[in-house]
Design a protein around this ligand. Sequence first.
Ligand SMILES: Cc1ncc(COP(=O)(O)O)c(C=O)c1O
Length: 402
Amino acid sequence: MIPFSPPRIDDDIINEVVAALKSGWITTGPRTKQFEKEVAEYCGVEKFLAVNSWTAGAEMLLHWFGVQEGDEVIVPAYTYCASANIVVHCGAKPVMVDVNDDFTINIESVRKAITSKTKVILPVDVGGLPVNYDALMQMVQDPEIQKLFNARTARQEKLNRIMVLNDAAHSFGALYKGKRIGTSCDFTVFSFHAVKNLTTAEGGGICINMPKPFDNEELYKELNIYSLHGQSKDALAKMQKGAWEYDVIDAGYKCNMTDILASIGLIELRRYDAQTLKRRKEIFEAYQNAFSKMDWAITPIYKDTDRESSYHLYLLRIKGFNVSKRNDMIQRIFDKDVSVNVHYKPLPLLTAYSSRGYDMSDYPNAQALWENEISLPVFYDMSDAQLQEVIDAVIKSYEETI
Ligand SMILES: Cc1ncc(COP(=O)(O)O)c(C=O)c1O
């Protein structure tokens, strides 16, 4: 069976994990700090904070900004549940908007959804393709939109506009206007979950890029403390001679990354461009080459003038298929020992959200994308023979389904 997205676990990873274990320091420590430094350099961002998942990091940011009951956060209807779940956890309302044909949030729909209750916009780089960040950042700074913003907390007053928190769970290393992502939005949050391009098993991280008068160095220190129960000293600092005493500045969270996870991340990062992205791009190009010749295939956009994907998910669509035909085709692909997936069943179709009153008919584009989408396997260790096997299985399964 060809798997969908297994992690690349080789001796380099194993040796580094063993070295972390043998070092005697397994929680947040020197390897995490080194990982943070190297990711910050890679993304060209002043400060990067490593955490233990996208979900924990992004939710911490919503709480930090003071998002609570009565507030609204704009999210695309077409995303993973985590993007909206964190809003629900804060007691706020996820306001869902429709998406474009390239799976990114529709900017005009965002504008229409903004109210005096909007505190945050949370765009998602589905499949690794960056959203039009500049349009969003210009929108939140538009005086007409800014006038609507109702600051309730000191941090909201300091920003004095809607915050843009980029769900970059898929897009580590993607390019926007020639630069690696991480510096276009207020916060850019990555996931390093096991299926992601760069993994630490579970994990995530935050590019801190708030505008003045915020000081991103100070913000890093604040969020670092916030990610560790609000403790004024982390475990390593407390271990120093006589330095046992600490204060708890605020009732914080517990979502720090461990050095065992960071050891995987360090190896993954150092080979990311030269090996990981290179191979993923080759796989995308082979799929594109094969399927763009098929008049029944709608191939994904992964590169245009302003954007280049991180080549995370190859989102193939089948012209004219409905859900039942798509599912039939998926079954046939699996019968040929190839694992595929669907990204995503839109949020309004999930019980958690349909029961909260969201209605799929309000998101016609998301519906059109979901009903004929099939994600194909992409992973570093995929051989050329396996790649050809996937292509053949997809074409044959299509012919059997129609
Ligand atoms: C779009 C999106 N956002 C958020 C997440 C959550 O990431 P994590 O598992 O690191 O919390 C995922 C995970 O798959 C995702 O696909």
